[in-house]
Design a protein around this ligand. Structure first.
Ligand code: SF4
Length: 417
C-alpha cells in the first residue's frame, strides 16, 4: 500500500484533487474547441474511457464562445487551457469551466493575472499553475533567489534548471497568495523524464498544493508511454502526485487507458473490468496465442465489469506458476486449451472454441461473484498442471506431422486426445 503525501484539496467540478482523494486521470482533446460537436464527442469519448477531467485549448474567442454549449452536453469537469491571452481565461470562467490552466510566465501584465485569480476566487474555481521547462527557459531573472537555489541544488543533475523552476514557481505563487487564493494545483513538466522526477520531488517538499504530474512533448505512443510512466510511476510510488496526464502524439483515449493502468498496477485506483495476464509465448507455443490474447482482451472489455483476473498461458510448463492468483485461467497446447476457474478444471476445448469457452466461464464467474457465491482472488483448490500428453496431446509430433502433410509428404496424424 503506497502512503501518499497529504496535500491541500481542491474541487474541480465534482472531482476532488489532493487530500485523500484518489489520483485523478486527465487528458486533453486534440480537435478544435470551436467545433462544438467534435469537441463534445471527444470529451465524451475520453470520459467513457475513464478520464475524470478533460482539458480543452481555448486559443481564440470562438473557442470560449463554444464552451457554454459544450458544457451542457458533457458530464466530466472541463478545464480551459489558457496561454498568452488572459481574456480567454475570463471568458472561459464566465462560460462555466471547472478549472483554469494558466502559466503566469506567458501573460505579461501582472494585473491581468490578478484579474483571472479574482474571477476564479469569486466562482470557486481552482487554477493550475504551470512552470513548464519550455516556457521558462529564457526567463533567468531574479538573480539573487536563483543563486541561492542554485547553491541548494548544486549537487543535483539538473541543478540550474531546478533552481529556475523553483524560483519561478515561488514568484508565481506569491501573486496568488497575495490575493488569498490557495485553490492551486501545481505542474512542473519537462521533456526530460529525470528532470520531471527531480522537479516534482523538490516541489512536493516545499509546497502542500496538489500536484499535476506529466511529461511534455513525450513523443509517439511507443516511446512516449515509457517516457511518461518512468517518472510518473516513480513519483506515485513515492506518494507524490494527485492527478496525472500521460501525453503523447496519438489518440488521447490511449493516454487515459495508460494512465488508469498505471494507477491500477500501483494499487492507487480500484480496477474497473477484468485484468488480463498473458504469457509472452516462446518456442513451446502450439496455438495462435497473440490473436487469442487480443480477442480475449477486447471481449473482456465488452462483457466483464468486475476486476476478475484472467490468465491466458501458452503451455503447461510455466503456466500454472505464472497464473497463480488468477480467477479464470487457460493453458493452451496442441491446438487445445484447458480452462480453470478458481483453480478447478472446468473445460478442455479445441483451439477454435477457446475464446467463447473462456468468456463464458468469465461471465459465469462474474455472475457468481455478483450473487455472493464466489469471491475474487479466492482459490478453491491449487491448480494441478494438466498432463500435456494425455490432455493437450503430444503437440510437437502433431504439428510436425501437419507441416509434413502440408509439404505434400505422406504422414499419419496422431489421434486427437
Ligand atoms: S507459458 Fe509456456 S508458452 Fe508461454 S512463455 Fe511460458 S513456457 Fe512459453
Amino acid at each position: 500500500m503506497i502512503s501518499r503525501r497529504k496535500t491541500r484539496q481542491v474541487k474541480v467540478g465534482n472531482v476532488l484533487i489532493g487530500g485523500d482523494a484518489p489520483v485523478a486521470v486527465q487528458s486533453m482533446t486534440s480537435g478544435y474547441t470551436h467545433d462544438i460537436d467534435g469537441c463534445v464527442r471527444e470529451i465524451n469519448k475520453l470520459a467513457a474511457a475513464g478520464a475524470d477531467i478533460v482539458r480543452v485549448a481555448v486559443p481564440e474567442r470562438k473557442d470560449t464562445e463554444a464552451l457554454k454549449e459544450i458544457l451542457k452536453q458533457v458530464k466530466v469537469p472541463v478545464v480551459a487551457d489558457v496561454h498568452f491571452h488572459f481574456q480567454r481565461a475570463m471568458e472561459a470562467i464566465e462560460a462555466g469551466v471547472s478549472k483554469i490552466r494558466l502559466n503566469p510566465g506567458n501573460i505579461n501584465d501582472r494585473k491581468q493575472v490578478e484579474a483571472v485569480i479574482d474571477a476564479c476566487k469569486d466562482r470557486g474555481i481552482p487554477i493550475r499553475v504551470g512552470v513548464n521547462e519550455g516556457s521558462i527557459v529564457e526567463r533567468k531573472d531574479k538573480q539573487r533567489r536563483l543563486k541561492e537555489l542554485g547553491a541548494v541544488f548544486s549537487n543535483n543533475r539538473h541543478g540550474q534548471m531546478l533552481a529556475i523552476m523553483i524560483s519561478k514557481l515561488e514568484e508565481y505563487l506569491d501573486i496568488f497568495y497575495e490575493r488569498n487564493f490557495y485553490d492551486i494545483v501545481i505542474s512542473a513538466k519537462s521533456i526530460d523524464p529525470l528532470l520531471v522526477l527531480d522537479a516534482y520531488t523538490e516541489i512536493s517538499r516545499r509546497f502542500d498544493h496538489p500536484l499535476h504530474l506529466g511529461v511534455t512533448h513525450a513523443g509517439p505512443k511507443e516511446t512516449g508511454t515509457i517516457r511518461s510512466v518512468v517518472p510518473l510511476g516513480t513519483l506515485l510510488a513515492n506518494g507524490i502526485g494527485d492527478t496525472i496526464r500521460i501525453s503523447y502524439a496519438n489518440d488521447p483515449v490511449y493516454e487515459v487507458q495508460d494512465g488508469l493502468e498505471l494507477l491500477y498496477v500501483l494499487g492507487l485506483r480500484t480496477r474497473k473490468g477484468a485484468e488480463l495476464i498473458a504469457c509472452p509465448t516462446c518456442g513451446r507455443i502450439q496455438v495462435d496465442l497473440f490473436t487469442l490474447v487480443q480477442d480475449v482482451n477486447r471481449k473482456l472489455k465488452e462483457r466483464i465489469t468486475l476486476p476478475i483476473k484472467v490468465a491466458v498461458m501458452g503451455c503447461v510448463v510455466n503456466g500454472p506458476g505464472e497464473c497463480e492468483g488468477a480467477d479464470v485461467a487457460i493453458f493452451a497446447g496442441d491446438k487445445r486449451g484447458i480452462i480453470y476457474v478458481q483453480g478447478q478444471k472446468v473445460a478442455n476445448v479445441p483451439e477454435e472454441k477457446i475464446l467463447d469457452a473462456l468468456l463464458e466461464q468469465c461471465a459465469l464467474f462474474q455472475e457468481k461473484v455478483m450473487r455472493g457465491e464466489a469471491r475474487l482472488g479466492e482459490k478453491l483448490v491449487d491448480i494441478l498442471p494438466p498432463d500435456p500428453i494425455g490432455e493437450l496431446g503430444s503437440g510437437y509430433a502433431k504439428i510436425a506431422a501437419e507441416k509434413a502433410h502440408s509439404a505434400g509428404q505422406a504422414v499419419s496424424l496422431p489421434l486427437a486426445p
